[in-house]
Write a protein that binds this ligand. Structure first.
Ligand code: F0G
Length: 352
């Protein structure tokens, strides 16, 4: 009878809602904080994974979307719009269904993982594939929201950040204090902004004795913050974070500088290696972009930048099922066996 109620009800006093705000929820949040044994051994630290793929639509976006759609509904919006590399659109589409709203999504041509496209489709979103990249999609979405009666639910909408900050609350509630370091992937930079806001609020209100250093990782082929300049044609296999001109760039720099943290990049090779390590050694299947956090932690550890004995949380942002191509790519074909225990056992190398 005591089900997690979703982030608005669980953290109502810390979110911009009133008693009359209609709460549109799929009971998002309350995601597992999983001790990472292999990563802990490798770094000499106490490493946890915040598994955001366990959210209702399979990514952290649901935390912000419950806020954005609830507030849009309260304000009488009949339609919402977003630009997306896939997860925001999947989440917006699902929450719009709950709210009885029309959802329009703008996606970059050809670079959306199939699972995410399937979600937007099955939830009945109106999908426009834009002849451009994510940054072009966001420009167009903002323009449409300016000129037409449609509410923008990208993370440039500040209530999205409010919803997403609840992940930091959950971590502190679970660990009893903030970790020493928080590591996460950075794309449009909304999530690093949100976590930092959450950690600051809890520390300011005495619910944590400290704030973590924020470590954000971009993909090397789309690392505008690391390079210090927008990337006009971002490239990476981590399509969720294939973003060349992040909307929350300044907030990401503030999170880095105020926390004494770092924003760095990881190569696609490092991302895929962390992706495989997470699945094969920690039992946690994430989408490639999500593995950028863990790839970043391992890169820093190899460079001698991680002092042992610290408590570290890595957010893994999305579910591996969203983009399974990378799981099956290059894997051997399954061995075919007859319905015969002896033959199957021989293939498996089991002794009789
Ligand atoms: N990880 C995943 C799985 C994402 O989908 C995103 C962003 C990020 C990390 C980066 O988070 O943008 O807040 O820095 N996806 C957006 C989308 C852009 O449209 O789904 P960020």
């Amino acid at each position: 009878t005591h089900q997690w109620r979703g982030v608005i009800e669980e953290y109502r006093d810390r979110l911009p809602v009133s008693a009359t705000t209609p709460v549109v929820t799929l009971r998002e949040g309350g995601t597992p904080l999983v001790p990472a044994q292999v990563l802990s051994e490798r770094t000499g630290c106490e490493v946890y994974l915040k598994v955001e793929g366990a959210n209702p639509t399979g990514s952290f976006k649901d935390r912000g979307m419950t806020m954005a759609i609830s507030r849009a509904k309260e304000e009488g919006a009949q339609a919402v719009i977003c630009a997306s590399t896939g997860n925001t659109s999947a989440s917006a589409a699902a929450y719009a269904v709950r709210a009885g709203m029309v959802c329009a999504v703008l996606v970059p041509s050809g670079k959306i993982a199939l699972g995410k496209m399937g979600q937007a489709l099955v939830h009945g979103a109106r999908i426009l594939q834009v002849d451009g990249n994510f940054d072009d999609c966001l420009t167009l979405a903002r323009d449409l929201a300016d000129k037409y009666p449609v509410a923008l639910v990208n993370s440039v909408n500040p209530v999205r950040i409010e919803g997403q900050k609840t992940a930091a609350f959950e971590i502190v509630d679970m660990l009893g204090d903030a970790p020493d370091i928080h590591v996460l992937p950075v794309g449009n930079a909304g999530n690093i902004t949100a976590y930092w806001k959450g950690y600051r609020e809890y520390a300011d209100d005495g619910l944590a004795t400290r704030r973590p250093r924020m470590w954000g990782y971009q993909a090397a082929g789309s690392a505008p913050i690391v390079n210090g300049a927008p990337v006009t044609s971002p490239q990476t296999i981590a399509t969720a974070i294939r973003i060349g001109n992040p909307a929350s760039w300044d907030f990401a720099l503030a999170a880095r500088d105020e926390s004494g943290g770092r924003i760095d990049s990881v190569t696609d090779r490092q991302i895929l290696s962390a992706y495989r390590l997470l699945a094969s050694q920690e039992g946690v299947f994430v989408e490639p972009s999500s593995a950028a956090s863990v790839a970043g932690l391992l890169k820093a550890a190899e460079a001698g930048l991680v002092d042992p004995g610290q408590r570290i949380v890595c957010t893994v942002t999305g579910n591996g099922l969203k983009d399974p191509d990378w799981a099956v790519a290059g894997a051997p074909k399954p061995t075919v066996v007859p319905v015969d225990a002896g033959a199957a056992a021989a293939q498996l190398g089991l002794d009789g």
